[in-house]
Design a protein around this ligand. Structure first.
Ligand code: FAD
Length: 544
């Protein structure tokens, strides 16, 4: 969720002009990850693996090196370790585990559907548009299933919720209803169930401000993203003690191609070098730093998140954690998003979909205006009556969690404010697949460097080796345009199967081909990139 093209810009063309004025942080568009100066509420208390292997020597070699420990890294590592055959996998993370966008996001598993379907259809055709929407939708059940398999459903608060799009602008609501009709007509029984509520009915049903003009509700999901990722990585470390290592506080600064003396990639990091036949870029907004062809194709946009104490009048139907909201103002103002924790002080996790232009005084800090908007908006959206008096902080006696982090958070309504970077893909599609050497700008290791196993333990001739992976190379899954929770998991799963050289017949039935890493997409990005400006509209991009 976030400054997402899919949910706002494409569905409502009027959003475009304002969106184009928002400045991405171009200065970091091809730089390496900074240590974020703000603390995400999700990341406290820190997972025991947060700073794992942050000192000492790096392993000198691995069969696969994954860069990045967010949801993409967790999904990729899980599939690779579970489906692979004893591969040695090292994950490098520049800072603490899950300290990037995943550990700082809104916690929504809320796929854009009717919002941008019509626009997608015009751009990529009806079949591909349907496939893309289905792919997003499939993430909710997939993630619910993974949480259940891992036994972390309760701990990660992973749940299906009623997702409510709240509209405060009449023309925007009318346009949304029209788009919903088109979407439902085309998708038929695959559309999912939606209900529209007009004015007063919407206000009553969802205990909203009298300013709300209508709502559209459907099935969505919510999760504690930091706990989800760190739980899975922790379990993998236990189950694969010899195969899997995570090295935190290890910034990869460059990748060198193989030489006559070293038939592997050599990754230089802040802690030394590591060689490998496979480099997997799960670096989200920072992907262009190590893959310069993506400069201009994946752009960074900073957004602000908060954790807030609920007003004392908030209705139990809002408070029990069974609903998520997206609040749409007029097209020029964008939207905000809200989920809730189902424990502790039942904090409302509230984020601003449109960031104000980069006005922060400290690198990586949220903008003052975004923070002011995010901090003040909720009593307006719910209305003075439904919000009620401000809640008082609970004492450690009332709530163990609050006690554990006592002193860290503010005592007013807004307990915590932080920001994070999401990655806008220039054509609105994630980049998923093998990176051709032409694009990577580096030679790949020779086929003889492919991780393999001896078929006969007494022989080591090439003929009797069996490859454990596809041919060496570089791989990527990134650029989810603010909708990582409904793209990253299955994109990275598919990527792991590609690297393992598995039969992709089944994968191809659900992974949209439009996500492939192609010369055409890279070329398009190069042609359309304007320094300092987020792309102003996909139609415009494609007509160039
Ligand atoms: C404020 C905010 C709110 C959001 N809300 C939502 C939401 O509610 N729902 C939703 O679907 N999406 C949301 N998103 C988007 C979503 O969080 C991301 O798309 C998703 O988390 C990306 O996951 P990832 O694993 O690819 O990247 P990240 O989680 O960003 O992980 C990448 C990691 O790679 C590391 N890294 C990068 N470069 C290097 C390097 N050179 N060396 C070593 N390590 C490196 C980084 O430090 C980082 O930890 C939001 C994003 C933000 C910023």
């Amino acid at each position: 969720m976030g400054n997402c093209v899919s949910r706002s810009q494409q569905p409502f063309s009027a959003f475009r002009s304002s969106y184009a004025e928002k400045k991405p942080e171009t200065s970091i568009s091809d730089s390496l990850p900074i240590a974020e100066p703000t603390t995400s509420f999700w990341s406290i208390p820190a997972a025991p693996i947060a700073t794992l292997n942050s000192q000492g020597n790096l392993p000198s070699h691995a069969d696969v090196v994954i860069i990045g420990s967010g949801i993409s890294g967790a999904s990729f590592a899980r599939t690779l370790l579970e489906r692979g055959d004893g591969l040695h996998v090292v994950m490098l993370e520049a800072h603490d585990v899950c300290s990037g966008a995943t550990g700082r996001n809104g916690g929504h598993i809320y796929p854009p559907t009717y919002h941008d379907y019509e626009d997608l259809k015009k751009r990529v055709g009806e079949d591909m548009a349907k496939k893309m929407v289905q792919f997003r939708k499939s993430h909710l059940d997939e993630i619910l299933g993974v949480a259940a398999e891992e036994g972390i459903t309760k701990y990660t608060q992973c749940r299906a919720v009623e997702g409510v799009d709240v509209y405060f602008d009449k023309p925007t609501f009318i346009e949304a209803q029209r788009k919903l009709k088109v979407y439902q007509r085309d998708m038929g029984k695959h559309a999912g169930s939606f209900t529209c509520f007009e004015g007063f009915e919407a206000q009553q049903k969802f205990h909203l401000s009298p300013l709300a003009v209508g709502c559209i509700s459907t099935r969505a999901g919510a999760i504690h993203p930091y706990r989800f990722v760190t739980s899975i990585l922790s379990r993998l470390l236990i189950d694969y003690p010899k195969e899997f290592e995570i090295c935190t506080r290890t910034l990869c600064t460059s990748i060198d191609e193989p030489t006559s003396r070293c038939p592997f990639y050599t990754l230089t990091t802040s802690r030394g070098t590591i060689t490998t036949p496979h480099v997997v870029h799960l670096t989200n907004v920072y992907a262009p730093a190590l893959l310069p062809f993506l400069k201009g194709a994946i752009l960074p946009v900073r957004e602000t998140m908060t954790a807030q104490r609920p007003g004392r009048n908030l209705h139990t139907s809002t408070l029990h954690g069974g609903r998520s909201f997206v609040f749409f103002d007029s097209p020029s103002k964008g939207f905000d998003y809200l989920t809730q924790l189902s424990e502790g002080e039942h904090e409302l996790m509230f984020g601003a979909g449109f960031e104000s232009p980069a006005d922060s005084r400290v690198k990586g800090m949220y903008g003052v205006h975004s923070a002011a908007h995010t901090g003040g908006a909720m009593p307006i959206y719910f209305g003075a009556e439904s919000w009620g008096a401000e809640a008082l902080p609970t004492t450690p006696k009332d709530d163990e969690d609050a006690g554990a982090s006592e002193g860290i958070w503010a005592e007013g309504r807004v307990k915590a404010i932080w920001s994070g970077l999401l990655s806008e893909s220039v054509d609105g599609m994630p980049w998923v697949g093998k990176v051709h050497v032409r694009l990577a700008g580096r030679k790949a290791p020779p086929a003889s460097s492919t991780p393999s196993t001896l078929i006969s333990p007494h022989s080591n001739t090439e003929r009797q080796k069996s490859a454990l992976t596809a041919a060496p190379g570089e791989w990527i899954a990134a650029g989810y345009s603010g909708e990582g929770m409904v793209h990253a998991w299955r994109s990275s799963q598919a990527l792991a199967l590609m690297l393992l050289g598995e039969d992709l017949t089944e994968v191809n039935t659900w992974l949209p081909e439009s996500f492939s890493v192609t010369d055409e997409r890279a070329e398009l990005a190069k042609r359309t990139f304007k320094p300092g400006v987020v792309p102003s509209g996909k139609k415009c991009v494609f007509s160039l």
